[in-house]
Design a protein around this ligand. Structure first.
Ligand code: CAA
Length: 258
């Protein structure tokens, strides 16, 4: 399928989505959000795709919601048009693992998009922030909740109330990105990580992702119970038998997603 605001391609077991609105630093327009949802849906139903990579350009992963598009919207239009929120709902429940390849500006809705992904590989040039306060609004795509859970109250308040951006190294020290790499290597590293994930059992990857995400929603003892149930469930999979057998036979496992 072809899109106007992004490109989507298959590289072996990887689905690669590249946001492409250079004229607006990859700002998330309504069209882009809907095209992203449709690219995600296409990769979800493609059984050959085991892991996704979402990236932007070297200059910007995304500078946030499209301010020019939002400027004249009323509260009713914003809440009724399904402008943004279908994307966050979709990403929050997306069953396949998604690696974010970040570079340049990762701001506002762009950071909220990144924080909905699973592993974040950042170029050393990455600048992350929630600058919505500077334009008289506040994060609306999960920033107040996800950023606070990622970095704690005091850093989140600082970033959200002052709009201050942080660099890649600080983000890594705070646990807001997974890895920081030189600027030439961020996309390659993201694909490498995605390929590694794609080589695991899709069943265990799916359930492990689900369990980690539940850590944001459940108390510890319910979360541990949930984890235990998924762990038991995996013993019903052929992949678990294959993984353990391959270990004992000193060979690489062949996972079938069964
Ligand atoms: N929406 C629409 N257009 C945007 C944009 C955005 N979020 N960010 C940048 N652009 C456009 C600029 O208007 C400019 O277009 P023109 O050439 O037509 O004027 C082009 O992209 C290049 O941007 P700049 O000239 O501003 O580039 P710069 O290097 O000087 O500055 C920047 C870069 C610091 C990222 C600056 O563009 C900026 O502050 N952008 C806005 C960031 C922001 O406030 N994001 C939050 C949006 S609200 C939100 O996301 C709500 C939510 O939580 C859901």
């Amino acid at each position: 399928m072809s899109y106007e605001t992004l490109s989507a391609s298959r590289e072996g077991p990887l689905g690669i989505i590249t946001i492409n609105r250079p004229e607006a630093l990859n700002a998330l327009s309504n069209k882009l959000v809907h095209e992203l949802i449709s690219a995600l849906a296409a990769f979800e139903s493609d059984e050959e795709v085991r892991c996704l990579v979402i990236t932007g350009s070297e200059r910007a992963f995304s500078a946030g919601a499209d301010i020019k598009e939002m400027a004249d919207m009323s509260a009713v239009q914003m809440s009724m048009s399904g402008h943004f929120f279908p994307l966050w709902d979709r990403l929050g429940r997306y069953p396949k693992p998604v690696v974010g390849a970040l570079s340049g500006f990762v701001l506002g809705g762009g950071l909220e998009l990144a924080m909905s992904l699973d592993v974040l590989i950042a170029s050393e040039t990455t600048q992350l922030g929630q600058p919505e306060i500077n334009i008289g609004v506040m994060p609306g795509g999960g920033g107040t909740q996800r950023l606070t859970r990622a970095v704690g109250k005091y850093k989140a308040m600082d970033m959200i109330l002052t709009g201050t951006r942080i660099g890649a190294d600080e983000a890594k020290a705070l646990g807001l990105v997974s890895r920081v790499v030189p600027k030439e290597a961020y996309l390659e590293e993201a694909k490498k990580v995605a390929t590694e994930i794609a080589s695991k059992s899709p069943v265990s990857v799916k359930l492990a992702k689900m369990a980690v995400n539940k850590a944001f929603e459940m108390g510890l003892s319910d979360g541990l119970d949930f984890e235990r149930q998924l762990f038991y469930l995996l013993f019903a999979s052929e992949d678990a038998k294959e993984g353990m057998k391959a270990f004992m036979e000193k060979r690489k496992p062949v996972f079938k997603g069964k």
